[in-house]
Design a binder for this molecule. Structure first.
Ligand SMILES: [Fe+2]
Length: 219
């Protein structure tokens, strides 16, 4: 398999932070973002349509599982169900396997061990005026890996926060480099360690911004 080379991996190594003249000790953590083209344009637009059709069913499922006292607090509750349990037709199963295969490749690169049966996936659908607030995914205090597959092009970036990562400017100043922005491309997949905080900016386009996302536990 030469798939290993398909991922473009951006490492955020703490070693890149300067042994600086900072007047304080800098806490440092590693992180990364992996990106690749995952679905063709045709596959993406078919899934985009089918995800929007499935939205009604998903909302029904969420409202059944969440008490109203909780659902009243939730603007975007798409994470409160498991996509591949709810939709287990043969196309969905194939998609699930393809995603897991990509995550296996990444796991090999980073020497992670995936707990495949723990993968939890959901849809994110952003309408004009909505956004995803900053959050991370921690499953039962275990390290985990998150992925997102973008189903359409959008200017509404995915913002990955890189905590405690510093860069020196040309002028020699120490700057916090807090976010790495990804502009969604149709069919693109990204993956990153689940402890990294992420968010989107406000969605201002008429077209809904649709992505499939998930998290898988590591041993
Ligand atoms: Fe997330």
């Amino acid at each position: 398999m030469d798939n290993e080379t398909d991922f473009k991996i951006t490492n955020f190594y703490y070693e890149e932070a300067p042994n600086s003249n900072a007047p304080f000790e800098i806490p440092r953590f590693n992180g990364f973002l992996a990106e690749k083209k995952f679905l063709s344009k045709e596959e993406s637009s078919l899934l985009y349509k089918s995800f929007l059709e499935k939205e009604v069913l998903i909302k029904k499922e969420i409202s059944q599982n969440l008490e109203s006292k909780f659902s009243n607090f939730i603007l975007n509750g798409y994470r409160f169900y498991d996509y591949f349990s709810l939709f287990n037709d043969s196309d969905s199963k194939k998609l699930n396997t393809r995603i897991q295969n990509e995550l296996k490749i990444l796991a090999k690169i980073f020497d992670f061990k995936l707990k495949e049966e723990s993968m939890h996936s959901w849809l994110n659908i952003l309408r004009k005026g909505e956004y995803v607030p900053k959050h991370c995914h921690i499953l039962e205090n275990k390290p985990s890996l998150s992925y997102v597959i973008f189903l359409n092009d959008s200017e509404t970036t995915f913002n990955l926060e890189i905590p405690h990562f510093y860069k020196t400017s040309k002028e020699g100043e120490l700057n916090h480099f807090p976010e790495y922005l990804v502009r969604p491309n149709m069919g693109q997949m990204i993956a990153f360690p689940s402890w990294m905080f992420h968010s989107t900016k406000f969605h201002t386009e008429e077209d809904k911004r649709v992505s499939l996302a998930g998290t898988i536990k590591l041993f």
